[in-house]
Design a protein around this ligand. Sequence first.
Ligand code: APR
Length: 234
Amino acid sequence: MKKIVFLTGAGISAESGISTFRGGGGLWDNYPVEQVATPEGYRENPALVLEFYNKRRMQLLDVVPNDAHKIVAALENDFDVTVVTQNVDDLHERAGSSNIIHLHGELMKVCSSREPYNENYVETLSPDNLCVKLGDLAADGSQKRPFIVWFGEAVPRIEDAVWALRDIDIFVIIGTSLNVYPAAGLLNYVPSDVPVYLIDPNEVNVTRRNVTVIRKGASEGMRFLVEEYLSKVK
Ligand code: APR
């Protein structure tokens, strides 16, 4: 089986109704990043940060995967697929993808504020118990915090993502402005003879040559990618 790695960003979930971060009306226009997505912001006002992620989690209950997530999942019938996502939503999982690397954490999980990356203290919230308050404690006795990689924090799963790029045949980027590193730098690990496709309705700056740009929304772009390219190579 040929091996495809997808790198996805907020744009793949936009058609499910989750806002992107940048660009008009993006999440970071309405919430100051430094308050809600940095360790300093969390130290300053943990209640505000917990509330911000409680709201994001509640929003997740109202949305469903769109065709782009579903097509990515269905490709597992014909390809060896890995999804490397910057998204913290669980729409790839719910669409049926089985091999997902969440670079920036997962909204439905919480962890220890003392040791955020210690797997022993990571816990998945259930839909009827989504909200985390001050005083809710992780198994190590520290305050529970969102299992989210904030700006300025290490990205532990980047090495898994680089590892997933070994021996790949096709790399597909969907719905990311490629503004945030190290995720954006993954493209540099893709060997130069591997075809790269980029699906985004807007212009995205890529330095690499030989990128086939599909200027469409995620669902339409994925249908086009399958019809025009993938159906011919499997
Ligand atoms: N289909 C595909 N792409 C779309 C769509 C759509 N329907 N609508 C918008 N987009 C594109 C935008 O053109 C943009 O290029 O999605 C991209 C979204 O970019 P960002 O908002 O910057 O999101 P992302 O690249 O995922 O952000 C990376 O930044 O704030 C952090 O941790 C956060 O994981 C996030 C990271």
